[in-house]
Design a protein around this ligand. Structure first.
Ligand code: NAD
Length: 422
């Protein structure tokens, strides 16, 4: 049965969830505190880059199943179910910052109809459902944890084809009503308590981050011993206990979730006297990977005074999100060692941290002493190396996404370094 849904926080998660639920037939009102964002969305324009979102937005607007308002207080009065999709950034002590979620809960609490369900989609500390319930101050409102697993760049597809849905809370009727929102999907729906749902989200992201740190360190070992990481991961991936996914080496992991979620889990463990040494090591290994990439550049040019082109600033392809991007970590290290950086990214018109951004790869690479591919944008896999060879000052390519072939790079006179391929 269609529900009336309010979304509080219309960012990457909230907007995708709101548009997705409207696509499934529910009536959705999305709220945010950012007036520019709301105005853009009302006009049918998407403020983020996410494949498939513009089409679904325009369908939902045309069907009048989706609307946008400024301020959560104007969204929730008629809602059966309210989704909190608010930021939970890392606080200075490493713990997740609950301020946005709790402030919104305090605002909407008095406005909710009896029997409303408040669903927490933000990634929150284990036990946060109770904190949200307290902030709402309503005994007649249920709180349910429904962690989000979408990946930026494929957010719509992930929403429409989830691998699992987790619904956690004390009230089985509320849990079932939340699960029913997704009844069009065939994936497993796991009903659990709130703490387990919250823990599952951190466990999943921490495990994925550890997997990447493992592969990146393994890639360094391959480089040292003349082995090939692709052959190694192919061999590993055939073991059903390991599986083939998420074994791609790269410049290090980043983005808006893994860095803060790994720190959050380390901190949550510490609070209980548990040293999550394994996860701390994964975080350290990731820092080492950024250093390793920087050292690769430094191995072919003297970074003090060098000009380096960095291709790609977003944390992955398919998104415009640069939050905690590995590319920015590498830029930071290159500039700290005296290099000047010129960047290109197909999804950006302005770059963070004052980085010099060019709207053309060859303009960015003009006169550079080295070129670093930092994001796996498909256009970089088809880079015109003869044109690149003409514009650079020195022919050095550092391909942190393993997009190119040795033979092609060398044929055009480049030295070529990648991550772990022989
Ligand atoms: N981005 C992802 O890929 C992803 C995936 C899974 C889970 N998550 C989690 O989901 C949560 C949201 O992440 P995001 O990437 O969508 O964040 P975001 O920063 O893109 O969006 C958050 C939105 O909330 C708005 N906001 C802040 N305070 C508000 C208030 N009081 N009322 C209404 N709106 C308010 C902001 O203006 C912003 O538009 C986080 O906890 C994150 O860890 C994110």
């Amino acid at each position: 049965m269609p529900s009336t849904i309010a979304i509080v926080g219309t960012g990457y998660v909230g907007l995708t969830t709101g548009v997705g639920l409207a696509h499934l037939g529910h009536t959705v009102i999305c709220a945010d505190v950012d007036a520019d964002k709301i105005n853009e969305l009302r006009a049918g324009r998407i403020p983020i880059r996410e494949a498939g979102l513009p089409e679904l937005l325009s369908d939902a607007l045309a069907d009048q199943r989706l609307s946008f308002v400024l301020g959560s207080e104007h969204a929730v009065a008629e809602a059966d179910i309210v989704f909190l999709c608010l930021p939970t950034p890392q606080a200075t002590n490493g713990e997740p910052e609950m301020g946005y979620v709790l402030a919104a809960a305090e605002t909407i609490g008095p406005l909710l109809r009896p029997g409303t369900i408040v669903v927490n989609k933000s990634t929150v500390p284990i036990g946060a459902s109770q904190m949200v319930a307290t902030a709402l101050g309503r005994a007649d409102v249920s709180v349910v944890s429904n962690p989000e697993f979408l990946r930026e760049g494929t957010a719509v597809s992930d929403f429409l084809n989830p691998q699992r849905i987790i619904v956690g809370g004390d009230d089985p009727i509320a849990n079932q009503r939340v699960a029913d929102l997704y009844q069009a999907f065939t994936c497993p729906v796991l009903m659990t308590d709130a703490a387990s749902a919250e823990a599952c989200k951190y466990a999943s992201n921490a495990f994925l981050a550890m997997k990447l740190s493992f592969v990146n360190t393994m890639a360094a070992i391959c480089e040292s011993y003349g082995a090939d990481i692709d052959a190694v991961t192919a061999g590993m991936g055939h073991d059903a206990r390991i599986g083939p996914d998420f074994l791609q080496p790269g410049p290090g992991w980043g983005g808006s979730c893994f860095p803060k979620d790994t720190q959050a889990l380390i901190s949550l463990a510490n609070q209980q006297g548990i040293d999550f040494a394994l996860l701390r090591a994964a975080v350290d290994a990731n820092q080492q990977q950024f250093d390793r990439v920087t050292d690769k550049v430094g191995s072919v040019v003297d970074l003090a005074g060098a000009t380096v082109a960095v291709l790609g600033l977003t944390f992955k392809a398919g998104t415009d999100d640069t939050r905690d991007s590995p590319a920015l970590e590498i830029v930071k290290r290159l500039t700290a060692r005296g290099a000047t950086v010129r960047a290109h990214d197909p999804a950006l018109t302005t770059a963070p941290n004052g980085i010099e951004l060019h709207d053309d790869v060859f303009a960015a690479a003009q006169g550079c002493d080295a070129v670093v591919i930092a994001t796996e944008w498909p256009e970089y896999a088809k880079l015109d190396l003869s044109r690149l060879a003409e514009v650079v000052n020195q022919r050095h390519l550092i391909d942190t996404r393993n997009l190119l072939a040795y033979s092609d790079a060398e044929q055009h006179g480049f030295t070529y370094q990648n991550i772990g391929r022989s």
